[in-house]
Design a binder for this molecule. Structure first.
Ligand code: C2E
Ligand code: MG
Ligand code: MG
Ligand code: MG
Length: 278
């Protein structure tokens, strides 16, 4: 009878809640289990330098295929993982997996590639982040200059003083640091001159609005100039069309990433497509 009642209750919920509310409700439990059962995978998306069209690096992006929910995008579960305190374990796993893969490909004589890994705000606030990263670099034997860490403006600006120190500790390891989704935060720009940064990644919303909105194009060009004057490299995210690429190229953008090259793909496909030639 209890079982029957549970079933009825479930049906009741199903009728009243839409699918996405249901999913949100179930996500925490499935996510805990996903960590235990290792349901994650790392995909890689190529980045291309515009000056010589070389694929010089890749971004590691987590993928979760839940047996119950199907593919769940990181935009849906990373915040939940932060709330549940699971992001350290998941994030370190991504870091270790991506570094190990980059090192494996280097050992096999594939051509030189850098790998970038996204860090969530909670990971960045972790006191021993630099020790964790140092340990992963040592364990995987990846040269630190091959690793780039991607942080968002908002996670860096939450506690600017602590961030400045944390960034200095990271830079001491020999890794590079980029600002992800640049332009979407609401922070003052002075952090750009204070923090030890290497790269700005222009958010895809700017790139995609650029070709049919002249004012957006002005913003993109200005961001590229600003970055360059501060000694930073510029990567444009979400580049989908030749028109966008030409425009970015004419503005002096250094590198692009986006569906025009490839969506993120699994490690085997990435190797097959981009690492064949020594
Ligand atoms: P992000 O770091 O800004 O990554 C770029 C996102 O844009 C990726 O979405 C990628 O698949 C997507 N993208 C790439 N090229 C294009 C394009 O041409 N057009 C469009 N429309 N989209 C494109 P994804 O993989 O769903 O990741 C979303 C966000 O989730 C990432 O944004 C990042 O903030 C976060 N994330 C992904 N993997 C991790 C991870 O391992 N750890 C942490 N902490 N966050 C992650
Ligand atoms: Mg990123
Ligand atoms: Mg981004
Ligand atoms: Mg993003």
């Amino acid at each position: 009878a209890a079982k029957e009642q549970g079933r009825n209750q479930m049906l009741f919920f199903e009728k009243r809640m839409n699918a996405s509310a249901m999913r949100r409700l179930l996500l925490p439990n499935y996510l805990r289990r996903a960590v235990e059962r290792q349901e994650f995978e790392v995909y890689y998306q190529p980045k291309q330098r515009l000056s010589d069209l070389e694929i010089y690096g890749m971004e590691a992006l987590i993928r979760w295929r839940s047996p119950d929910l199907g593919w769940v995008p990181p935009s849906e579960f990373v915040a939940v993982a932060e709330e549940l305190g699971l992001i350290h374990e998941i994030g370190t796993w991504v870091l270790r997996t991506a570094c190990a893969k980059a090192r494996e490909w280097q050992r096999e004589g594939c051509r030189s590639m850098s790998v970038s890994v996204n860090l969530s705000g909670k990971q960045f606030q972790q006191q021993d982040l630099d020790a964790t990263i140092a340990a992963v670099l040592e364990e995987t034997e990846l040269p630190p200059e091959r690793l780039e860490l991607e942080l968002t403006e908002s996670s860096v600006m939450l506690h600017p003083e602590e961030s400045a120190l944390a960034l200095q500790r990271l830079k001491k390891l020999g890794v590079s640091v980029s600002v992800d989704d640049f332009g979407t935060g609401f922070s003052s720009l002075n952090y750009l001159s204070v923090f030890p940064l290497d790269t700005l990644k222009i958010d895809k919303s700017f790139v995609q609005a650029m070709t049919n909105d002249a004012k957006n194009a002005v913003l993109v060009e200005a961001i590229i100039d600003l970055g360059h004057k501060l000694g930073l490299a510029i990567v444009a995210e979400g580049v989908e069309t030749p028109e966008q690429r030409e425009m970015l190229s004419s503005y002096g953008c250094d590198c692009i990433q986006g569906y025009i090259l490839s969506p993120p793909v699994d490690a085997a496909s990435f190797k097959e497509r981009y690492l064949r030639q020594g």
